[in-house]
Design a protein around this ligand. Sequence first.
Ligand SMILES: [Zn+2]
Length: 476
Amino acid sequence: MGIRLSFFGAAGEVTGSCYLLETDRARVLIDFGLHQGSRETELRNHRPPPIDARRLDAVVLTHAHIDHCGRLPLLATQGYRGDIHTTPASADLATILLRDSAELQEADAARDARRAARRGETAMPALYTRDECERVFPMFAPLPYTTPREIAPGVTLRLIDAGHILGSASAELSVKAAGTGGRATVFYFSGDLGPRGVPLLKDFQPPRSGPIAPAVEPDVVILESTYGDRDHKPLDSSVQEFAGVIDEAARSRGMILVPSFAVGRTQALVYHYGELLREKRVTRVPVFVDSPMAVDATELYCRHRSLFDDEAWTLINNGQSPLKYAGVSYLRSGEESRRLNDMEGPAMVIAASGMCTGGRIMHHLRHHLWKRDTHVVIAGYQSAGSVGRQLVDRVPRVMVMGEPIIVRAKVHTIGGFSAHAGQSDLLRWAAPLKGSGTRVFLTHGERQPRQALAARLRESIGIEASLPEYHEVCEV
Ligand SMILES: [Zn+2]
């Protein structure tokens, strides 16, 4: 056999990332993420792909988002005992995110079990428990960016900055297999790519560019296509919009509620507010980051500040901190959180969950959504059916913690804070492949964005990309 590449997730969708690379002597898994979304989609998590965990030689994790790492605990229960190669920051962040995921899995399963019992049926057990999840962490084998490491017979890995969240990486795999005359075939998995100019982090490194030595021309590229069909609103105008909401709330002495993902989005918003304050472009209001997970994640961002970009480092060298500055309080305990209930505005509360599907943001919504001087800032994707989506859709009343609440607050949807590269940035990433003969597969995108990106790659770079289906297997 030559080299076989199987697509066991994120093929024609954006979650459940999972690829298997096999040669005559090695088997390497790249990412093992949760399928997320509808119940139907999530059932796939309980139907494992045809991978014998005990026969895997190595696992590579591109970054800590749960749709990339969320099924790793299943490998441990299925008998995998090898390493999980990832950047030091991703190993740290994945630990936080996986623990949270295990808690959610247990809570969901307990709720399903109660419902099933009332119907006289039995429910599915939790996908994994907290104990099972703990078995993953000793397997993390941290690997800094650009350092080569032989991870399986004939397979050498380098992780390259993807500029998406802290520690995120593209994975370059040089693979030697029988029948290739000793020559390595180079695979380049983009992982999730950030937009250029993302706050705090360095921009992504396209294949064959930058300070990565030696520059290797990839034979096969697997490129994400989440926003393959469009560009985001410019970041600057989104930051300006954010400032406008804060000024308005400051004038009317209202609360600003920001539902936010604990990892990435929260740190970006705190950074942007600090930047607005330094440039005197906004009124100063007290800010409360009310989420134990966001507090932990922020600590990790600070611990891994060597990964920050030049702008963040200019601040640090001037004795300032991009994430910890006067007026920003990080709240861990429930008691501190409850104290916010009696507080008078103006003040800004940033709390999880990002789509208002649970977490402390629900308490704040219950306390303030019915007031006319409250402002809600929606700064991230809201899935259909979530309270966050209902707010975006201007539903007059929403159910919060079992109680119907009238929405008198002003809801602001600010679209430019994405952690994903838009179409132009994806094309820029792929530009060095022009005329290279590299084989390109597009993944991690729904049908429309993936097809749109394929068309643009054909027009502007002359590349004919393949669009693999779920469970498709390719010989390379
Ligand atoms: Zn991601």
